[in-house]
Design a protein around this ligand. Structure first.
Ligand SMILES: [Zn+2]
Length: 256
């Protein structure tokens, strides 16, 4: 890519101190996916782009984009922070996790197609108050394929049937119909509702979602399936994920 100023849309993923006065800012861009930006003088008081590079800020930027090495931001417009994400610990934790997942799933400096809009919409919905766990589950389900794991969600992996009860089998890499449950005695024993949601999540366009409500026990089962896949098949061990897990334990304690 030539070193000329380019317009791009961006979401600030995280920032890191660099030297005394400068910052490295990781931005999810619509043009080249995740990219690291060097922002000179960013820690000086009165820095003109200070508000534009706060965590969980999104907007239009102009800068020099590099496919490898550091990129540069020169100007910003129409930026806004996802306020509720920045201030609410649960929303913050799940949004941080979504961005970390995306950062792991895509190499820096390459296009990510429709994923920019899907992530921007996920954060917008979490900011608006939709269930952050469910939104994360949708992203988790759809990113599996990026990590080389592509479960068959919609039908039995053996015979293709989808008209009788299905259950998820990790060992088989997808659903088994009732007739083939005998093949995996360690199948997940999911209820039809959890199966239904996993199937929907795998193809859901978040931009068409207005509301979603799933009961706690179904959410636990869905999360169990996704955690199993991410732990065993993908093998990711993200700090942000461990934090969510820890947060769940605190909440359990508080209930008691
Ligand atoms: Zn079957």
């Amino acid at each position: 890519m030539s070193r000329i100023n380019t317009d791009f849309r961006g979401i600030i993923m995280f920032r890191r101190d660099y030297r005394e006065r400068d910052l490295l800012v990781k931005v999810l861009t619509d043009k080249i996916g995740p990219a690291m930006f060097f922002v000179k003088g960013a820690k000086k008081r009165g820095f003109r782009l200070a508000a534009d590079i706060l965590p969980f800020t999104h907007g239009e930027y102009i800068g020099l984009l590099a496919n490898d090495g550091l990129s540069f931001i020169n100007a910003a417009s129409d930026t806004a922070q996802y306020r509720n994400i920045a201030t609410d610990i649960r929303k913050n934790a799940y949004s941080t996790y979504i961005l970390a997942l995306v950062d792991s799933a895509f190499p820096d400096g390459q296009g990510i197609g429709g994923w920019f809009d899907q992530v921007a919409t996920a954060l917008k919905l979490i900011n608006q108050g939709l269930d952050e766990q469910v939104i994360s589950n949708v992203i988790e389900t759809q990113l599996l394929i990026r990590f080389g794991v592509s479960p068959t969600w919609d039908r039995c992996v053996i015979c293709g049937r989808d008209d009788i009860p299905l259950d998820f089998s990790e060992q088989s890499g997808g659903m088994l119909c009732q007739n083939h449950w005998y093949l995996d005695e360690r199948r997940m024993h999911l209820d039809p509702r959890s199966v239904y949601y996993l199937q929907r999540f795998s193809t859901l366009n978040l931009q068409k979602l207005n509301s979603i409500k799933i009961n706690p026990s179904t959410k636990r089962r869905i999360q169990f399936v996704l955690d199993t896949l991410y732990d065993n098949e993908v093998g990711l061990n993200l700090k942000s994920k461990r934090f969510i897990h820890q947060m769940g334990k605190w909440e359990e304690k508080l209930k008691k």
